[in-house]
Ligand binder design. Structure first.
Ligand code: AMP
Ligand code: ZN
Length: 454
């Protein structure tokens, strides 16, 4: 059962073969840490995590690198506007690093809550200024850069196959009337290095051969991916919004710097939408995981919701659909909780499961295999099979909820145990009734009393 993955570069599902034996190199475009990441952003990381889990399931090792954009991401993709981090620092009256460390930590907390495995390497843009300058120097040496008043730019017209990933030629992208060229030679040209407008007024700026300034957003990902994964690596992931500009520009930089294609598979996750459009400030739906928790949802119910859609299909979000997902997830866990552990792994179901996940990570289908297994009265080995499946789902399907029993209840349970020891059945029954009236249920097992929430 070969693993097939959809490659945005070819617009086809291709059989995946790693470059180096069993270790797969993956680079994921990480967050710009100037604010909280919303549940839309997190969909893109659950997708990358699912990819990783499927690779593990297939017996591969993974070297996963994720960047943290802590400088240079401007508010407009046309290389204008303010630096998002500098702006947030000014607004919150903090240093840039206070801002980035704060939001990065929350991002990592969200990873834990959602059972997302952290990357092997986190790489911050500000820790790799030297590598970015070196890369720009290479592009300059090869004759692909030019200088304007505000920075050093990449000349996209010089690269014959520029825009291959986004199929820009097919879209006949031309110097449009709507986009101001300014000093740029072509509308698709992009900044590699931006000069500080007034050196000394920015918090984050560095010396460079071209003047004091800071790196552009695209150069950071080319520099850091090659730094850690080499000049040829397996998979690069991100959200679909990265196809037309960010990843197109990474490919251009990589090509000019190395003379060849660096990334084998480009994979992109579709958007989480709200009222039909990308989750965004104007449309709403910009919840964070903590906000969903405050509303009584569990983060894994959100993960469950995400797994009901294929990663390349848009997913419409609403609190009602999340509520349904939470109910479905709880029902699933309850059914599994009542399922007897008997027999070995059920290979028939596991083979079906394997086929679905290896077909470009078709998790919704894999989920239906799980439900079918649970409904099959004759099937054996359910629990062991589900354990295997959950290596990919990451839903803690076999984990028993740890319920916090209040001290007061614990005391009553203890008293009841003592009453039972003394064969004082009347008292024991009274205590059981009292405990029940407080919302807890006692189950007497061979190993003593078990307390459950009603
Ligand atoms: P940013 O912090 O803006 O660089 O975005 C982080 C990641 O979230 C990128 O990979 C984006 O493609 C992705 N992203 C942004 N909005 C959404 C959305 N509504 N649904 C899914 N992914 C998104
Ligand atoms: Zn990137």
């Amino acid at each position: 059962m070969a693993l097939k993955l959809y490659n945005t570069l070819t617009r086809k599902k291709e059989i995946f073969k790693p470059i180096k034996n069993k270790t797969v190199g993956i680079y994921t475009c990480g967050p710009t840490v100037y604010s909280y990441q919303h549940i839309g952003n997190l969909r893109s990381y659950v997708f990358a995590d699912t990819l990783k889990k499927v690779l593990f399931y297939n017996g591969y090792k993974v070297k996963h690198v994720m960047n943290v954009t802590d400088v240079g991401h401007l508010s407009s993709d046309a290389d204008t506007g303010e630096d998002k981090i500098e702006k947030a620092a000014q607004k919150e009256k903090k240093t840039a690093s206070e801002i980035t460390e704060y939001y990065w930590k929350i991002f990592k907390d969200d990873f834990k809550k959602l059972n997302i495995i952290e990357p092997d390497i986190w790489s911050k843009a500000t820790d790799h200024i030297k590598e970015q300058i070196e890369l720009i120097k290479k592009l300059e040496k090869n004759g692909y850069t030019y200088k304007t008043n505000d920075g050093i730019y990449f000349n996209t017209a010089k690269l014959k196959n520029y825009g291959e990933l986004a199929q820009l030629k097919k879209q006949k992208l031309q110097a449009g009337k709507r986009i101001k060229l300014g000093e740029k030679k072509n509308i698709t040209d992009f900044a590699l290095w931006k000069f500080s407008e007034k050196p000394g007024t920015r918090q984050q700026e560095w010396q460079s051969p071209w003047g004091i300034g800071f790196p552009g957003w695209h150069i950071e990902c080319s520099a850091m991916s090659m730094e850690y994964l080499g000049e040829r690596f397996d998979i690069h992931t991100g959200g679909i919004d990265h196809i037309s500009i960010h990843h197109t520009n990474e490919i251009a930089q990589n090509q000019v710097a190395t003379g060849h294609r660096v990334v084998n598979f480009w994979m992109h996750g579709a958007f989480l939408t709200f009222k039909g459009e990308k989750v965004s400030k104007s449309k709403g739906g910009l919840y964070t995981i903590s906000e969903l928790e405050e509303k009584g949802f569990s983060p894994l119910a959100y993960r469950y919701l995400l797994l009901t859609a294929h990663y390349r299909s848009p997913l419409e979000f609403s609190l009602e659909s999340l509520k349904k997902a939470q109910e479905g997830y709880e029902r699933l866990k309850n059914i599994i909780g009542e399922t007897r552990a008997d027999g070995k792994i059920n290979n028939k179901y596991l083979d079906d499961f394997n086929k679905t996940i290896n077909d470009d990570l078709d998790i919704p289908k894999a989920m239906s295999v799980l439900w079918k297994l649970l409904r099959d009265k004759k099937a054996m080995g359910k629990i062991k099979t589900i354990k295997e499946m959950d290596r990919v789902f990451g839903l803690d399907l076999l984990k028993k909820e740890e319920i916090k029993i209040p001290k007061e209840i614990k005391k009553l349970v203890k008293e009841r145990e003592n009453a039972r020891k003394n064969k004082d059945w009347k008292k024991s029954d009274e205590l059981r009734t009292k405990i029940k009236s407080l919302g807890y249920w006692i189950e007497d097992t061979g190993k003593g009393a078990k307390v459950k929430k009603i």
